[in-house]
Design a protein around this ligand. Structure first.
Ligand SMILES: [Zn+2]
Length: 418
C-alpha cells in the first residue's frame, strides 16, 4: 500500500514541469538527473533529445540531461524576462532552441542553411526560422550570456510580429538581459547589470570628455543604419538608455508601451514623438552624470578593491562618492555592506537607515538592516526588518536563519534571571 502511495506522489510531481527548478535539478545525483531527464525528454528520429511541457521547446544532441537542464534555464529566463512588462507578455508560438553536441555540428547546420558569420559565434538567433541555435553546455557563464542575449532577440521578435524593432530597443534589451539572473528581482538585475557590464565604463569615459550620447540619432536608426555603423558605441549607448529606462517605473512603462505599439503595428514615433525623445534625452543624460558615474567612479572600483582584500580603502573611496552624489542611496548601501564585513555594525546600521529614508524598497535593504541590527544588539529591530524581507523573499534561507537567531536572542533577553 505504502509503496503505491509514494509512486503516485512522485508521479504527480513529474507531470508539472514548473514544479522542478534548475537548482533542484543541479543538486540531484547524476543517476537521479538521468531518471528525471528520461521523464521529460523524448528521442527524436534525428537523435536529438526533445523536452516536452516547458515554455521553451529545447532539442539537444548531447544528452537528455543537457536538454532538460537547458530547458529549465530557459524557462526561468522566460519568466524573469516576461515579468519586466507590466502589461504582461505572452507569445502565440513556442520559442525553439537547438543545442548541438559540438562546434562542428553547429557550423555544419549553419552552412546547410546558408547562414554567414557563424564561425566566431557561440550561438545565433536565426530570424527567418525564429530559431535559437547553439552548442555545448548551459552551465558555462559565457554560454548563458549568449543564450540570454539571443533569447531576448527571439522573444522580442516573436512578440512584435508586425513591425521590426528599432535597434536601440532590440540591442539595448539584449545587452542588459545577457547579464540577467532569473532568481533576482528586476531592480536587483538592473543594478547588477550596471556593475557587471563593460558598456558602463565606455559610456562613462565618453561622458568625462563631455560627449553624451545623442538619443535623437539613436532613435532614428533602423536596422540598416545600425549595421552600417556597426561599432561598440551604438551598443554602449543602447545598453545605457535601456538600463536607464529599466531603472524606474516610468521608464519600464515606456518600454512596455513601445513594445505594445509595435505589436499592434503602430510606428514607434507615435509613442515616442520628438518632444518625448528630447525630454527622455535630458533625463538620460542626468542619469549618466549621476547614477552611472557613481557606479563607474566609486561603487564598481570599491567592490573590486574589496574583492582584493582592500576593504578599508574601498570604504574610504565610497566616502568620496557619497559626498559627491548625496541624492543617491546606492553609495551608502555598498558602504554599509563593507562596514558589516569589518564588524563596524553601528555605522553600518546608520548608513542603512539613511538608505531606508531615501528609498525604502532598495533591493536587499531589509536583509542587511536585519543583519546589522542583530549584530549591533537590537534583535527586535532585526526581527522586524527580516520579516519585511521575507515577505518578498520567502525562500531566503539566510534570512530565515537570522530571524531564528533574533527570536532566540529575544527569548533569552526576556527570560527572568535564575
Ligand atoms: Zn544582439
Amino acid at each position: 500500500m505504502r509503496r503505491v502511495a509514494v509512486l503516485v506522489l512522485i508521479g504527480s510531481c513529474l507531470v508539472q514541469g514548473a514544479s522542478l527548478t534548475l537548482d533542484q535539478f543541479r543538486q540531484m545525483t547524476p543517476s537521479d538527473q538521468e531518471k528525471m531527464a528520461r521523464r521529460y525528454t523524448q528521442r527524436d528520429r534525428d537523435d536529438f533529445w526533445r523536452v516536452e511541457g516547458f515554455k521553451y521547446q529545447v532539442r539537444a544532441q548531447g544528452s537528455s540531461e543537457q536538454a532538460l537542464e537547458i530547458a529549465l534555464l530557459m524557462d526561468e529566463f522566460y519568466d524573469s524576462f516576461a515579468r519586466t512588462f507590466k502589461g504582461g507578455f505572452s507569445i502565440a508560438t513556442q520559442p525553439r532552441l537547438y543545442v548541438f553536441a559540438d562546434r562542428d555540428a553547429y557550423l555544419e547546420f549553419m552552412k546547410v542553411r546558408d547562414v554567414d558569420g557563424a564561425e566566431p559565434t557561440g550561438g545565433m538567433y536565426l530570424t527567418s526560422d525564429r530559431l535559437l541555435v547553439t552548442f555545448a553546455k548551459a552551465t558555462d557563464e559565457h554560454l548563458k550570456q549568449m543564450l540570454f542575449h539571443e533569447a531576448t532577440h527571439q522573444l522580442l521578435h516573436t512578440y512584435t510580429v508586425k513591425r521590426s524593432l528599432p535597434p536601440w530597443y532590440n540591442e539595448g534589451m539584449a545587452t542588459n538581459f545577457q547579464l540577467w539572473e532569473p532568481s533576482r528581482s528586476l531592480r536587483e538585475n538592473v543594478r547588477m547589470a550596471i556593475i557587471e557590464s563593460h558598456y558602463r565604463s565606455q559610456v562613462a569615459a565618453e561622458a568625462r570628455e563631455g560627449k553624451l550620447p545623442d538619443l535623437q540619432a539613436l532613435a532614428a536608426m533602423d536596422g540598416d543604419d545600425w549595421l552600417e555603423n556597426f561599432d561598440g558605441a551604438n551598443y554602449a549607448a543602447a545598453w545605457s538608455f535601456v538600463n536607464f529606462l529599466l531603472s524606474s517605473e516610468d521608464g519600464q512603462r515606456r518600454l512596455d508601451r513601445v513594445l505594445r505599439a509595435l505589436k499592434k503595428g503602430t510606428p514607434v514615433e507615435k509613442v515616442m514623438p520628438p518632444a518625448v525623445v528630447r525630454k527622455l534625452e535630458r533625463q538620460w543624460h542626468e542619469d549618466i552624470r549621476t547614477r552611472l558615474m557613481l557606479y563607474d567612479e566609486f561603487i564598481a572600483p570599491a567592490l573590486h578593491a574589496a574583492s582584493e582584500g582592500q576593504v578599508d580603502e574601498a570604504i574610504a573611496h565610497l566616502e568620496v562618492g557619497i559626498a559627491g552624489h548625496p541624492s543617491l542611496p546606492d553609495g551608502r548601501f555598498y558602504r554599509a555592506r563593507l562596514l558589516l564585513e569589518k564588524d563596524r555594525f553601528a555605522e553600518a546600521l546608520a548608513d542603512l537607515e539613511a538608505v531606508a529614508e531615501q528609498d525604502a524598497d532598495f533591493p536587499d535593504l531589509h536583509l542587511l538592516l536585519g543583519r546589522a541590527a542583530l549584530a549591533a544588539g537590537d534583535p527586535a529591530k532585526a526581527r522586524s526588518h527580516l520579516q519585511t524581507h521575507l515577505r518578498s523573499h520567502r525562500d531566503d534561507q539566510q534570512a530565515k536563519e537570522l530571524l531564528r537567531e533574533a527570536n532566540r536572542t529575544l527569548r533569552t533577553a526576556t527570560r527572568p534571571a535564575g
